[in-house]
Design a protein around this ligand. Structure first.
Ligand code: PEP
Ligand code: MN
Length: 338
């Protein structure tokens, strides 16, 4: 933290503020120039309120040199985190996480068939929504607890760990017991009560980026989960809202290298929700791996035209299989395996 003081501040005022800051447990190093007076603060500045410092009439402004997220920060954890999901590793130089499946679980036949198909194509996790956060209250809301049962059945048949979205804190107990990766959707990225409660579990959490969240806000949401003691967080870039309406969202590919610089947490990409168009999934999935994503979550449906949710952005199993075969050399070029 750096405190910039007004030019011409008398020495006794500089000393008075330095003493007050030192009393808060930090080391203060003043730099006094002709036009600039700076106090450099080193140590734990988390308890020093910017507003309290700026209330001092001799202070011009306060600047931060460290980010507000600590547990998610790469500075304090230089090695990439590797998250263990049922023995499969995500992050670091592990095999890429290939999560695939329908937007929503619709029936036993549907989820089990898709699970077999995506496994055959090379996926290592099955996705499927049982509780759906729909914009319209009249749209299909998911099969809920029956959907969870069907996901468990598909896991039983294929051995694929299941990834599914939680909407409410009261479902944490059942999700903790039955689900392998708990997804927090974009709309709940800042549901702080939910995040705090998930911090009390030790389950891997797939934390999607909020619709209009900055990278810092997204990492602060990860921090909520980690502050509770659950460090098993996987981030997911799924497109953000911009002025562009041609695509459903705008895929922020730059978030991937940014997250890798700022944080040790694994980060994957969802090209399906990012674009909202099935034919854009292929090029953006490839781009995501090229820029360093640790995996992909892709919507795959055996009958997109009749899907109960997100058919327009779902690819068919054969297209998925072809995509994975084309991603393999891209992964190898960036030093990853699929
Ligand atoms: C989903 O994965 O089906 C979903 C609703 O995603 P998001 O929260 O990113 O919109
Ligand atoms: Mn969807």
């Amino acid at each position: 933290m750096i405190v910039i003081m007004k030019p011409g501040t008398p020495q006794k005022e500089i000393d008075r503020l330095s003493e007050a800051l030192t009393a808060k447990g930090v080391e203060v190093s003043p730099v006094i120039g002709k036009d600039l007076i700076i106090l450099g603060l080193v140590g734990d500045t988390s308890k020093i309120d910017d507003n309290w410092v700026e209330a001092n009439r001799n202070v011009e402004r306060v600047m931060h040199v460290a980010e507000p997220f600590k547990k998610a920060n790469r500075m304090f954890h230089p090695q990439p985190s590797v998250i263990d999901v049922c023995g499969q590793k995500v992050g670091g130089d592990s095999r890429l996480a290939m999560i695939a499946g329908p937007c929503s679980v619709e029936s036993e036949e549907q989820i089990c068939q898709i699970a077999r198909d995506v496994k055959q194509a090379g996926a290592n996790f099955l996705r499927g929504g049982a509780f759906k956060p729909r914009t319209s209250p009249y749209a299909f809301q998911g099969l809920k607890y029956d959907g969870l049962e069907l996901l468990m059945e598909a896991r039983e048949q294929t051995g694929l760990p299941i990834v599914t979205e939680i909407m409410a804190p009261h479902d944490i107990e059942i999700f903790e017991r039955e689900v392998d990766v708990i997804q927090v959707g974009a709309r709940n990225m800042q549901n702080f009560d939910l995040l705090r409660e998930l911090g009390q579990t030790r389950k891997p959490i797939l934390l999607k980026r909020g619709l209009s969240a900055t990278i810092e806000e997204w990492l602060m949401s990860a921090e909520y989960i980690m502050a509770g003691g659950n460090e098993n967080v996987i981030l997911c870039e799924r497109g953000i809202r911009t002025f562009e309406r041609y695509t459903r969202n705008t895929l922020d590919l730059s978030a991937i290298p940014a997250i890798r610089k700022l944080s040790h947490l694994p980060v994957i990409v969802d090209p399906s929700h990012a674009t909202g168009k099935w034919w854009m999934v292929d090029p953006l999935a490839k781009a995501a791996i090229a820029v360093g994503a640790d995996g992909l979550i892709i919507e795959v449906h055996n009958d997109p035209a009749n899907a109960l949710c997100d058919g327009q952005q779902s690819i068919k199993p054969d297209v998925y299989a072809q995509l994975l075969s084309e991603i393999r050399p891209i992964a190898a070029a960036v030093g990853r395996k699929l």
